[in-house]
Design a protein around this ligand. Structure first.
Ligand SMILES: [Mg+2]
Length: 393
């Protein structure tokens, strides 16, 4: 029997949240974005801004050139995380299996819903709007692949149902770039053999596909027909949080890099505690002046939401990758494999408990007085070398 898969994507999510918090933004062309003088990029663009060609991942400076009156709102990830968690909780109540794929996107398996996919999606769309004032778009289909594409076709405020058996005819007129796994490179290669739409791809003889894409070819063709057996997978929560900074000028000063890592670890710790998560894995991302990106990660002995532990792990990773004087273009830290914090407290682990209380108080002060209100003594003490982080805090 055909499955019923629902896909939901909140429409320009960060902007929608900002409109709730600042109603004067409604109907305006604005972006949630990093500052242009810091080489910031657009995280989310309101629909009026999109009409001027502005979209996410675009440098903020370029967006401002397209529209000098554009309002730039700095991101507040903790708040977006709160909204996201509430929406995901609502979805988890609605379907037996929910797979979040980002902060504002999820698959639901609604095969056993007696109302049918369209009614289930429509009820959830109304409820998300009613409870959280958030607009969302929905796709309903027999596979994850087609449901996700249906959502994209219907945006914003869409609800598109692709009945079982009509997957291939639904996909046929769409640009081939809308398929999973068809990036700009594949798209260019396809264009060279005359393939513009998904339908063109589906009609291509297997020999031509193999000649261009090798063993990957037949898989592409089957995708073009909407075939996709992958289940809605709720076994692992793929959520992770991260923070990164692109410097306006490449930085080779160890003290500056260390302070930046420290600041990002604090931001992640605060977000994790606010959202009730702890992470098993700490990731470090570095981009060099030649735009090569390097990531390193470490799995911890137990999940953490503690600034000092996140920083310590990131600093150790940094020490293995960086040598003094080497300029850095971008630095980032992530906390992944998030789980609800379930740390076993031994009788002798009091220091951690105290630290937890202290961190909550620090978060509260930061919320009330801004992030600059609390600086640690270690940040104004003499510099330490990479690898020296253990034993801090
Ligand atoms: Mg979205």
């Amino acid at each position: 029997m055909a499955r019923t898969i629902l896909h939901v994507d909140l429409d320009s999510f960060f902007c929608s949240v900002e409109e709730i918090l600042q109603p004067s933004l409604r109907g305006q062309a604005f972006v949630v974005a990093g500052r242009p003088e810091h080489r910031g990029v657009v995280a989310s663009a309101s629909y009026p801004a999109r009409r001027h060609g502005i979209h996410s991942a675009m440098p903020t400076a370029r967006a401002l050139r397209l529209l000098p009156d554009l309002v730039v709102v700095p991101p507040r990830h903790g708040t977006y995380g709160d909204f996201s968690r509430k929406v995901m909780d609502l979805l988890r109540e609605a379907a037996p299996r929910v797979e979040p794929i980002s902060v504002d996107e999820a698959f639901l398996d609604a095969s056993d819903d007696p109302r049918g996919g369209e009614a289930a999606a429509s009820a959830l769309q109304r409820e998300i709007r009613h409870r959280f004032q958030l607009p969302s778009s929905w796709g309903v289909a027999s596979t994850k692949l087609v449901a996700k594409i249906a959502t994209n076709v219907g945006k914003p405020n869409g609800l598109i149902v692709v009945p079982a058996g009509q997957e291939a005819s639904f996909l046929a007129p769409l640009p081939v770039g809308m398929l999973w796994g068809v990036g700009p490179k594949t798209q260019a290669a396809l264009l060279e053999i005359g393939v513009r739409t998904v339908g063109d791809l589906a009609r291509l003889p297997e020999a031509a596909l193999r000649a261009t894409f090798g063993p990957h070819g037949p898989e592409l063709a089957s995708r073009a027909l909407g075939r996709d057996d992958s289940p809605v997978d709720d076994s692992q929560d793929p959520r992770s949080i991260s923070s990164e900074r692109t410097f306006s000028r490449d930085v080779d000063d160890e003290g500056v890099l260390r302070a930046e890592l420290r600041r990002m670890a604090e931001e992640l710790g605060e977000r994790a505690r606010q959202d009730g998560w702890a992470g098993w894995t700490v990731r470090l991302k570095l981009r060099w002046p030649d735009f090569r990106t390097q990531t390193r990660q470490v799995r911890l002995d137990q999940p953490t939401d503690q600034d000092g532990e996140i920083f310590g792990a990131a600093w150790n990773l940094f020490g293995t990758e960086w040598s003094p004087g080497r300029p850095v273009r971008l630095i980032g830290v992530g906390l992944a494999d998030l789980t609800p914090p379930a740390r076993q407290l031994s009788l002798f682990d009091r220091s951690w408990q105290q630290d937890q209380g202290l961190l909550r108080a620090v978060d509260e002060i930061r919320r009330r007085f801004g992030p600059e209100a609390v600086r640690r003594a270690s940040e104004i003490s003499p510099r330490k070398k990479p690898g020296d982080a253990s034993g801090e805090e």
